[in-house]
Design a protein around this ligand. Structure first.
Ligand code: UDX
Length: 440
């Protein structure tokens, strides 16, 4: 059965979820107070880069199943299911997550709810937030509001696919009616045999943050091995491959390099530590401090390597290949490549950034860094090239051609994706994180 859905907050998560719900056949009202984002979406333009989502948005707009508006009205009030997808960024000056947007969204929604409606929280929140939202909404609405927690696990770059074909759907609920409505909303996905886990609410809140903490730990584990490899003549890439064959370990999320960034992993592990501290069990997740520190040390390592290659950094030309926190995204939040670029620029380097899709996001975020859309122009006369994001086009770039353009053929491969042999054959000195590479 189809349900009428509202999706509140149309960032990466909300916009993808709204389009996915419309693709499943539901009638969707997207609610976004930011006028710029709202107008873009209304005219079929995504305010961020996400492969395949723009075409899907175009299709569902044309089908008439999705509409966008700035605030609640009778139209959104008639929805059977409301998804809260607003952000929970890191609070300034603290590790904790800022839940004020979630709270504000819940308060604004409450007066518009019909008693049978279900509110599903999708934002990543500190455990215990749902109970507070339920209390606040019930107070405003004047009846017991049906709230569930329904975390989302989508990754940028594959967001729509992850939404339509997730590994599992998790819902934490206080009553059966809420679970029934959620089951109807996801019926086409559940019919594919997707595991459906009905949990208590605090567990559902914890699932997302626990999953992200585990993934961050796995990445930092291999990056810690990289630190050891760098001083012992070992190769962390080969090491990851060797341990990854053990099925208990697995080879995913063991790519060593400049580490994790983005709008989720870094702030989620910090928010988790802050919440655990509030709950009196800070020591249980204290190890995440190390996970964070190992991750940030990879950025220091690249800056140190760059300095040792360049000598006096001032006036030296550095080309950063890729600036987003991962490929297939223009998201610069906590991007390791961006931080490294900014630190080198601060020390006086002339940094030119190349990225297939993120240059306009960079112009907004930090216009002081040089931007060049043509790869060939970006590397011209460079004293050092750093690969910061593993966009496919860098992996297949011709080292002979690039070598003919730079001033000095030195590359730091921050993601361990370049074919070392062919780059060396083209005369490059190749430096890679976690590996001891013999250069001529
Ligand atoms: C993450 C979670 O994977 C997703 O489930 C959750 O919903 C949101 O947060 P995302 O931030 O989009 O998704 O990207 P992800 O693919 O997890 O990568 C995160 C960061 O880790 C990137 O900077 C990536 O470059 C880095 N990474 C990933 C590594 O450094 N090594 C790896 O092996 C894998």
């Amino acid at each position: 059965m189809l349900v009428k859905v509202s999706v509140i907050g149309l960032g990466y998560l909300g916009a993808t979820h709204a389009v996915a719900m419309a693709e499943l056949g539901h009638e969707v009202v997207g609610i976004e107070p930011d006028v710029r984002k709202l107008e873009a979406l209304k005219s079929g333009i995504l305010p961020f880069h996400e492969p395949g989502l723009d075409q899907a948005l175009h299709n569902v707009l044309a089908s008439g199943r999705i509409t966008f508006q700035g605030e609640h009205d009778e139209n959104s009030a008639s929805a059977d299911l409301h998804f809260i997808c607003v952000g929970t960024p890191q609070l300034k000056g603290s590790d904790a997550a800022d839940t004020s947007y979630v709270l504000a969204a819940a308060k604004a929604l409450a007066p518009h709810l019909k008693p049978s409606a279900v509110v599903a929280g999708k934002s990543t929140v500190p455990v215990g937030t749902a109970a507070e939202l339920q209390r606040v909404m019930t107070e405003v609405a004047g009846f017991d509001v049906n709230l569930v927690w329904n975390p989302e696990f989508l990754r940028e770059g594959t967001a729509l696919e992850d939404s339509l074909r997730p590994d599992r759907i998790v819902v934490g609920a206080w009553n059966d009616h809420s679970v029934d409505v959620i089951r109807e909303a996801y019926a086409p996905i559940l019919n594919l045999g997707t595991p459906f886990l009905v949990l208590d609410v605090p567990t559902a809140e914890l699932v997302k943050v626990a999953a992200n903490a585990f993934l961050a730990t796995k990445i930092s584990f291999i990056n810690a091995m990289a630190e050891v490899a760098e001083v012992s003549g070992a190769d962390a890439v080969a090491l990851a491959r060797a341990i990854g064959y053990d099925e208990r370990i697995g080879n995913k999320f063991l790519r060593t390099g400049i580490g994790f960034g983005g709008g989720c992993l870094p702030k989620d592990i910090r928010g988790f530590m802050a919440r655990a501290e509030e709950l009196g069990v800070g020591s249980a997740v204290e190890f995440l401090k190390d996970v964070d520190a190992i991750n940030l040390r990879r950025r220091d390592r690249v800056v140190a390597l760059a300095k040792s290659e360049l000598g006096d950094v001032r006036g030296k030309r550095v080309t950063m290949l890729g600036i987003s926190f991962k490929p297939d995204s223009d998201d610069l939040r906590d991007s390791p490549a961006l931080e490294i670029s900014q630190r080198l620029a601060k020390e006086g380097a002339v940094v030119t950034v190349h990225d297939p899709v993120s240059l306009s996001a960079l112009a907004e975020r930090d216009p002081s860094l040089g931007r060049e859309a043509e790869l060939i122009e970006a590397v011209r006369e460079a004293d050092l090239v750093i690969l910061g994001t593993e966009w496919k086009q860098y992996k297949v770039a011709d080292p002979v051609l690039l070598g003919s353009l730079v001033a000095t053929k030195t590359v730091i491969d921050g993601r361990n994706v370049l074919d070392v042999d062919s780059w060396q054959q083209a005369g490059w000195k190749v430096i890679a994180l976690g590996r001891t590479i013999k250069n001529a």
